[in-house]
Design a protein around this ligand. Structure first.
Ligand SMILES: Cc1cc2nc3c(=O)[nH]c(=O)nc-3n(C[C@H](O)[C@H](O)[C@H](O)COP(=O)(O)OP(=O)(O)OC[C@H]3O[C@@H](n4cnc5c(N)ncnc54)[C@H](O)[C@@H]3O)c2cc1C
Length: 646
């Protein structure tokens, strides 16, 4: 049941999940079939909020009156004059469903090359083939009907799921087919990308297609409703679990831990307080704590619990429990050009095929490879720039824990592009005006999530260090130029007024590289696809969790959310995160089937999370402990290419 009243909540559970967002609610649903589960969500239950539920209400932006949609501010980021001049808005979801309750529902998946790169970083079992089965498990895909097919929607049934809680569908009827036609044709001729059958098939190589969304457009599921994780895994009658308690409007402060000397630390519970302020309370756990607070917030929970860089923690007056320098480092976000708008020509204003209202975001999505973006030697140029990425800035900001980590990640990323990973995404939004959006994939800039107070109600310092590598600037400047090219290429340009291009604010198509670069640095925004702040990779490289998602040095503390993804392989995160949730739940249930629960809370004496002696997390071999991958960085570098090419 769902409550915000702690007097109704038992004090001990088999599993406690920190955060009732995208990944957390999906994990909870699977565990609660046979186990008692408590989810603690700092935000509210927005079940009846039509601003969230109605997928057609968003018009490319979440209405301002939806309190679930929150914004924090980043520290100053790079701007066009080369110094730190731009503060960026860090958007996030703050209610049941988390980001999936406020996002724009573009339903894309990670790529084959991307997931194989994640596996090659030292994460066996996370390659595309296995990961696809978990993504399929979470979804029910609604194939387009004959009319939608005639208007351009296509799919490949073999890569989709048919029996999961998440609805994945094309809009019905398909929106703005004339814009979709024009967008596809202009993009094909500018980038040379090909129309593809399905965006979710791992797509090696560039492609474009009509986009599907994570929405229940299925008549037999839930007609016309946002398929948030709350409306997929929590609210529907057939998904409700009697073993599941969801406590809203409460914020987790710390994870309570006991024992261990850096190798066997056990989570015994959590401390929390009302989000509106009040007394701290404790719940205990007999199996595992799973942190699912999202990439900007999960590291903050670990840091407050004494898990992180010991020196940093001591500086804040927190006694280290586990010296794990990777917590909060390797943080990444894509960059985005939002809403570059072009007025529609008068003759199309009354044409319902063009200006359909309400509108849907991202009706055509295109992914171009490096060759398609830069010409025939593009892949070679991009791969070589990536391999030459200098780690200095990331090292000084704490974005990577050592130069070798950057080098290994650069090698893996370059190899992904060499097997034809998309470089740039472009999507089209038919609002009151037509708008183009573009973002990069697999950025190399690395930032941090840190805290500067121990107050759990304070917003962390979310510092993505956007565009702080040369290669990211090179790629994103090219993305800007290509936006201009698409906007001025028929048949897309035919839909626009004569002055549309000038009104959009883009530099002239033939402007110099320097002009485009300046415009890029002045106009980029966060991609809001935050990942990496508790990266799943070897501990020597700054990894925080093992391939089993166990925090290194702990026996029963896992992280399951976007923070574990060590590379930005999701063009958009949500459908991939449901795969993470399914895989996490399967691993947790596997552990439960072979391990007894902890002794009951009355027979243990949990220490406060800040009370134990500092210890250095290191590898352990017990089956349910977080085993560090001890192959050494040199071994990883060599294994990476072989693994990716196999
Ligand atoms: C505006 C916007 C648009 C986006 N558009 C798209 C899109 O079109 N397609 C797509 O696939 N992705 C999109 N994304 C990204 C996607 O929504 C996120 O990547 C994803 O939701 C993150 O899931 P998560 O499980 O990691 O975290 P979240 O879904 O953020 O869940 C974390 C939860 O933990 C809670 N929490 C945090 N700290 C605490 C604490 N201390 N105690 C208790 N609870 C806590 C939060 O309130 C939240 O509910 C968008 C994101 C935003 C913000």
């Amino acid at each position: 049941f769902i409550t915000n009243d702690t007097t109704q909540v038992p004090t001990s559970f088999e599993y406690i999940i920190v955060g009732g967002g995208t990944t957390g609610l999906a994990v909870a649903n699977r565990l609660a079939v046979n186990h008692t589960v408590l989810v603690i969500e700092r935000g509210t239950d927005e079940r009846d909020n039509e601003g969230i539920n109605d997928p057609m209400s968003i018009n490319g932006a979440i209405p301002a009156n939806v309190t679930c949609h929150q914004v924090g501010m980043s520290p100053p980021q790079v701007g066009s004059n080369g110094t730190n001049v731009r503060v960026q808005a860090i958007q996030y979801g703050n209610c049941l469903g988390g980001g999936s309750s406020v996002n724009t529902m573009v339903g894309s998946r990670p790529t084959l090359a991307g997931m194989n790169a994640v596996e090659a970083l030292g994460n066996p079992g996370w390659g595309w083939d296995e990961f696809l089965t978990f993504m399929q498990q979470s979804e029910t895909f609604t194939p387009p009907n004959p009319q939608q097919v005639a208007q351009g929607a296509s799919f490949n049934a073999s890569v989709h799921g048919t029996n999961g809680p998440v609805g994945v569908s094309f809009t019905n009827p398909l929106l703005a087919p004339q814009v979709q036609f024009a967008a596809k044709n202009a993009t094909e001729s500018v980038y040379g990308v090909q129309l593809t059958e399905d965006m979710g098939d791992g797509f090696s190589g560039g492609h474009l297609a009509s986009s599907y969304h994570h929405i229940h457009f299925n008549e037999t599921l839930q007609k016309q409703r946002r398929s948030s994780s709350a409306w997929s895994f929590l609210y529907p009658e057939d998904q409700q679990r009697s073993n599941l308690t969801v406590l809203t409007q409460h914020t987790v402060n710390t994870i309570v831990t006991s024992g261990g000397n850096g190798t066997n630390i056990t989570a015994t519970g959590v401390t929390l307080l009302p989000t509106s302020g009040g007394d701290m309370i404790t719940y205990s756990v007999t199996r595992e704590v799973i942190v699912s607070a999202g990439a900007p917030f999960s590291p903050a929970v670990l840091l407050r619990s004494g898990i992180g860089n010991a020196t940093f923690l001591q500086g804040l007056g927190i006694t280290p429990v586990l010296d794990l320098p990777g917590v909060g480092s390797n943080f990444q976000d894509q960059t985005l050009f939002v809403n570059i708008s072009f007025p529609i020509a008068n003759q199309f204003q009354s044409n319902p095929n063009v200006t359909i209202e309400p509108v849907m975001f991202g009706i055509v999505v295109a992914h171009a490879t490096a060759n398609e973006a830069f010409g025939s030697n593009g892949t070679q140029m991009v791969a070589s720039q990536i391999r030459n990425t200098v780690a200095d800035r990331a090292l000084s900001s704490g974005g990577v824990v050592n130069a070798q980590s950057m080098q290994v990640q650069a090698n893996v990323t370059a190899s992904a592009f060499e097997i034809n990973h998309p470089l740039i995404e472009l999507f089209f939004n038919p609002g009151g005006t037509l708008s183009l959006w573009s973002q990069n994939t697999l950025p190399m800039s690395r930032g941090t999530v840190r805290i500067n107070t121990t107050n759990p109600l304070d917003f962390p310092i979310v510092d993505a260090q956007y565009l702080t590598t040369d290669v990211d600037i090179t790629i994103f400047t090219r993305a800007a130029r290509r936006l201009g090219a698409v906007a001025s290429t028929p048949p897309f340009s035919n839909l626009l007024t004569d002055t549309a291009y000038a009104q959009s604010g883009l530099p002239a198509v033939n402007a110099s590289d320097d002009e485009w670069r300046t415009w890029t640095l002045d106009h980029y925004s966060p991609g809001v696809h935050f990942v990496g702040s508790n990266s799943m990779m070897p501990q020597e490289m700054g990894g925080v969790v093992s391939p089993q998602l166990l925090v290194y040095g702990t026996t029963n503390l896992r992280v399951a959310d976007a923070s574990i993804m060590p590379l930005s392989v999701f063009p958009h995160c949500t459908l991939g995160l449901y795969g993470v949730a399914e895989k996490a739940a399967a691993m947790i249930l596997q552990t439960a089937s072979t391990s007894p629960p902890l002794p009951s809370p009355t027979s243990t004496s949990p220490s406060s999370s800040t009370g134990t002696a500092p210890a250095s997390a290191s590898s352990t071999s017990p089956s349910n402990a977080a085993a560090s991958t001890k192959v050494g960085i040199a071994g990883i570098v060599g294994a990476v290419l072989l693994a990716m090419l196999s």
